[in-house]
Design a protein around this ligand. Structure first.
Ligand SMILES: NC(=O)c1ccc[n+]([C@@H]2O[C@H](COP(=O)([O-])OP(=O)(O)OC[C@H]3O[C@@H](n4cnc5c(N)ncnc54)[C@H](O)[C@@H]3O)[C@@H](O)[C@H]2O)c1
Length: 428
């Protein structure tokens, strides 16, 4: 395929070369002319087994005509079917501002300006934003494309690490494509096919299709997850450094062997916070130890604080629903007191805590709790506000009376007709 590139920096250059290595033709443009000379590419980037160094491979790509640098960006627009935008989105060095979107905005202005000059020719072209951005950015910045001509904008974040861009591109954990609409909700087709077919030329890994916002958020959270893991390991390291007899590597190597609960997909879905006596007890004890040892950052305490803040986020959300509907609903049911589904275990149960808080706050309402494992009878429910505290299977298809509101922090209740279902974590 004929691929265009706007931005031949640390990502754009090796990314472009990866496509070339799989037989594609690349037309490249960078605002900085120095970046268009492959001799100036001095990053240490790995190449696949059997290939030359990155510089040698880039030289080969240029001499074979597979990598054509275009002094005029109009050539990239004119000659390419799929145009990648890989310009920088640097952080502004603090946590109070978005990425610096200046270069990306300018690039999009330039590209859409060029489109205006190529009336008709850019029809059917696919524009792929690769630059890392916060959710909402692609939708906002891609407005000029939709106004102009029949072209498509896809958000395709790169999950490549610096230094291993091409190996990561050929062997990714997954390929992620974000579209203006959910691909499965209709109205999307051709661009999904084009992008999936393109990626099939480099990898057999799963291609995940979603909307712009989920794709943008996934990219940011992917990197944040890595930071979280490193911070955890370093917290263990610091504590081990200060506690006689401990060795950080022995401890972390032991934990790495826990392939069922720890190094797995378990505990990775949002819902009520961590519950049950053991985890919370351990966090409290470790928090004490960390403060006795004056560690630089007391992560067990932060975990406990985080758990509590998130509990109150859900409680306030429920309280808002009750307040907005207080004229119409006097019955409130907290569904589940067990902290673990299909059990009667209630140690450190957030369902019990929710019941107590809501009952105290909404004392003039009928606030009740029902747990199908703990209680021996099933009450007759009237129209009410139901809060699903425990992910018991029985609540998935319960016959919630018509007109009820169900607040589900687990997002598993199947919506009955005539019932309003509020799923925490799904922003409509
Ligand atoms: N470097 C990586 O390995 C990597 C990995 C994953 C994601 N990313 C993301 O990819 C994006 C690019 O990162 P990078 O490290 O390559 O940045 P970079 O600064 O190395 O390269 C960006 C390039 O874009 C060029 N550019 C800027 N405006 C332009 C315009 N209007 N037209 C044409 N070219 C223009 C710049 O001159 C520069 O050469 C960032 O959003 C980054 O977060 C990078």
């Amino acid at each position: 395929m004929k691929l265009g590139f706007f931005g031949l920096g640390n990502l754009g250059m090796p990314f472009a070369l990866g496509w070339i290595m799989r037989g594609h033709q690349v037309f490249g443009y960078d605002k900085n002319p120095d970046r268009m000379d492959v001799e100036n590419f001095n990053e240490m980037e790995a190449t696949p087994p059997g290939c030359g160094t990155i510089k040698e491979e880039l030289r080969k790509a240029v001499s074979s005509g597979r990598l054509l640098m275009c002094a005029d960006p109009m050539d990239v627009m004119y000659k390419s079917d799929i145009i990648f935008i890989t310009v920088q989105t640097p952080s502004q060095d603090n946590e109070t501002s978005d990425y610096d979107l200046g270069p990306l905005k300018v690039c999009i202005q330039e590209v859409t300006g060029l489109m205006a000059g190529l009336s008709g020719i850019t029809n059917g072209k696919t524009f792929v934003i690769v630059s890392t951005v916060l959710p909402g950015t692609t939708r906002a910045l891609s407005q000029p494309f939709s106004k102009m001509q029949a072209s498509t904008v896809v958000y395709n974040p790169a999950f490549c690490a610096m230094g291993t861009v091409i190996p990561d591109m050929f062997n990714p954990e997954f390929v992620l494509l974000g579209f203006a609409q959910e691909p499965f909700s209709g109205g999307i087709g051709v661009e999904v096919g084009i992008m999936s077919a393109l990626y099939r030329t480099v990898t057999d890994s799963e291609v995940l299709l979603t909307n712009y916002e989920n794709a943008e958020m996934t990219k940011c959270c992917y990197n944040a997850f890595i930071t979280t893991k490193i911070n955890f390991a370093n917290s263990v390291m610091e504590l081990a450094h200060k506690v006689s007899g401990c060795d950080a590597d022995v401890i972390m190597d032991n934990l790495k062997k826990a392939k069922n609960r720890l190094i797995s997909t378990r505990y990775l879905s949002g819902g009520m916070g961590d519950q049950g006596g053991c985890h919370i007890k351990e966090a409290r004890a470790l928090s004490y130890l960390a403060s006795m040892k004056s560690v630089s950052y007391n992560w067990p305490k932060q975990s406990l604080d985080c758990r509590l803040s998130q509990f109150y986020f859900i409680k306030h959300l429920l309280a808002d629903v009750i307040e907005k509907n207080q004229e119409e609903y006097s019955d409130i049911w907290i569904m589940g007191r067990a902290f673990k589904p299909e059990t009667n275990l209630t140690d450190e149960s957030l369902g019990v805590k929710m019941y107590e808080k809501i009952k105290a706050e909404w004392w003039h309402h009928k606030v009740r709790s029902y747990d199908p494992i703990i209680d021996c009878y099933e009450p007759e429910f009237d129209k009410a506000i139901f809060f699903i505290a425990t992910k018991h299977e029985a609540f998935r298809k319960l016959a919630y009376p018509t007109g009820s509101i169900v607040v589900d922090p687990w997002r598993y209740v199947e919506k009955p007709d005539g019932v309003e279902l509020i799923q925490v974590g799904r922003c409509q």
